[in-house]
Ligand binder design. Structure first.
Ligand code: BG6
Length: 505
């Protein structure tokens, strides 16, 4: 049940208070919620870590974070001062029981200051190996009560077994309705808009199926490399880091059946139906359904960049994939036979995420071939970032007395239509966690199903190191193996729709 968060006294306990995630995303998002008057009137932020800040120093550290990372830039003095008054610090080691006894005392103290009953949000912005100890510690200290919620970040495990272990630890004290598993893609405005596009407009539903759609291609491409996250990435790779969560969630939103109501369980149930319908990939068919790559040296934005194997904390003979592509089928009535192609990679030709829905070709070509030499089947492109919008690509007649056809674009742009800044994904998600709306969070069964689907690919890739790594140059569009994956079906990956001028680059 959603609550009026302004009236609900809230203590937000941030484990990993001095870490990167807290600094770059969580605290700037909380501050923006504060500026938009979305935070509870009585709010406390308790930062927990081992670093040895105090209240004042933590507030100062967060002020620098907000200045550097908030979409609104440096905070105004008076606004910041009143937000900073909510910040408290607790120095504690999350692997020790004492941490939770002290936390329980601190919360009791805050309860008296704020007035009971306050809700407690425990946000685990920590490395994943701390998820289970923290969940257990909170439970043992009696902090998993019914006014508490626990928020965890991906990666939730590195395979099916480790996910189940984490989940078991979370579930010992917290009910499923109290567990909020973040996939920050779901907080993006353009991702939420997929449901609006599909289910608030009657025109798409009749054609949203195997009779009209030829295939769906989902691209999440980054120009960044692994930056300073080599240590983490070496154990993750593109499949775990991006496909298991973000890309699978995008697929679910495109493929799901209409919900009865915009309600967390209904929507998540409909997504779960998609995950259940995904065709199992047998181990011996992995090369037919999946392709991997690792970036070599190359050029990005006029700058020469190193190969993955030359990055900090990366092994010189690393077998970790920085690119993954999959072909999936959703075996149900609506999607039988329609391939869903997913690809993601680092150090690719552009920073762009989009979903391309390619419609069937016309059943009969009435126009002579010469009038539409560059004829293309219609496509609906859902632009997730950096362009935020929707583009319908279709054939039109060129002006003039000669009959000539060419592809054109019809565009919807968020920026132009709404003339307002979108909140960042974390603002939406933190607000939802505070009001108790789990619609945009992943339910345990979804995460488990995604791991189950990917396990054969992960295992086969781990057991058989790629002989050709690095196999794509930084700044290119990925390895040849990914081209082969789709070429077998007679298609090619299209370079994403990058600019606002209607050209396909
Ligand atoms: C994270 C991944 O979940 O998503 C990163 O761990 C990736 O490797 C990031 O760079 C991409 O998110 P966004 O919002 O910047 O597209």
């Amino acid at each position: 049940m959603q609550i009026d968060v302004r009236k609900c006294d809230t203590v937000f306990v941030l484990f990993g208070a001095g870490g990167d995630l807290a600094k770059r995303l969580i605290v700037p998002a909380l501050y923006n919620l504060y500026l938009d008057r979305h935070l509870p009137e009585h709010f406390r932020l308790i930062g927990v870590d081992r670093d040895g800040f105090d209240d004042t120093r933590l507030a100062e550290y967060y002020r620098e974070s907000v200045t550097a990372f908030s979409r609104r830039g440096a905070p105004a003095e008076s606004e910041w001062r009143s937000f900073a008054a909510c910040i408290r610090y607790l120095q504690a080691d999350a692997t020790q029981g004492e941490c939770y006894r002290n936390l329980a005392e601190t919360l009791k103290g805050q309860g008296k200051e704020l007035g009971e009953p306050a809700q407690h949000i425990f946000y685990l912005a920590t490395p994943p190996f701390l998820f289970a100890p923290i969940a257990k510690g909170l439970t043992a200290a009696g902090l998993s009560h019914d006014r508490a919620r626990i928020v965890v970040e991906k990666p939730l495990g590195r395979d099916l077994d480790s996910f189940c272990e984490i989940n078991h630890a979370l579930g010992e004290g917290f009910a499923e309705t109290q567990i909020y598993r973040i996939d920050h893609f779901l907080g993006k405005e353009t991702v939420q808009n997929i449901l609006a596009l599909r289910f608030a407009n009657p025109i798409y539903e009749p054609i949203w199926n195997r009779r009209y759609i030829d295939h769906v291609a989902i691209t999440v491409a980054e120009t960044l490399g692994v930056e300073h996250r080599g240590g983490y990435y070496e154990r993750a790779g593109a499949l775990r880091d991006m496909v298991q969560n973000h890309l699978m969630q995008l697929l679910c939103l495109v493929a799901m059946e209409p919900p009865v109501a915009y309600d967390a369980d209904d929507i998540r149930g409909k997504k779960m139906d998609v995950l259940r319908a995904l065709r199992h990939i047998p181990r011996d068919a992995v090369p037919e359904f999946a392709a991997r790559g690792q970036y070599g040296r190359g050029w990005i934005g006029g700058r020469e960049v190193p190969a993955y194997r030359e990055e900090e904390d990366v092994a010189a003979d690393s077998n970790t994939e920085t690119y993954a592509a999959l072909k999936l089928y959703v075996d149900n009535w609506r999607w039988q036979g329609v391939p869903f192609y997913l690809r993601t990679g680092k150090r690719l030709g552009a920073q762009v995420s989009e979903i391309s829905i390619r419609f069937q070709d016309v059943p009969h070509k009435a126009f002579p071939a010469s009038v539409g030499l560059n004829a293309q089947p219609a496509r609906l492109v859902i632009q997730i970032q950096p362009e935020e919008g929707i583009v319908l690509k279709f054939m039109a007649k060129e002006p003039g007395s000669l009959l000539r056809l060419r592809p054109v674009d019809m565009r919807f742009s968020y920026r132009e239509a709404f003339k307002t800044d979108s909140p960042q994904a974390y603002e939406t998600l933190l607000w939802d966690a505070m009001i108790g709306d789990a619609t945009l969070f992943m339910r345990a069964d979804q995460v488990k199903a995604a791991w189950q689907l990917l396990m054969p690919v992960l295992e086969v890739w781990e057991e058989n190191p790629a002989p050709d790594f690095p196999n794509y140059a930084s700044g290119s569009w990925g390895p040849e193996a990914a081209e082969v994956l789709v070429a077998r079906d007679g298609i090619s990956w299209l370079t994403p729709t990058l600019s606002g001028n209607g050209t396909r680059n």
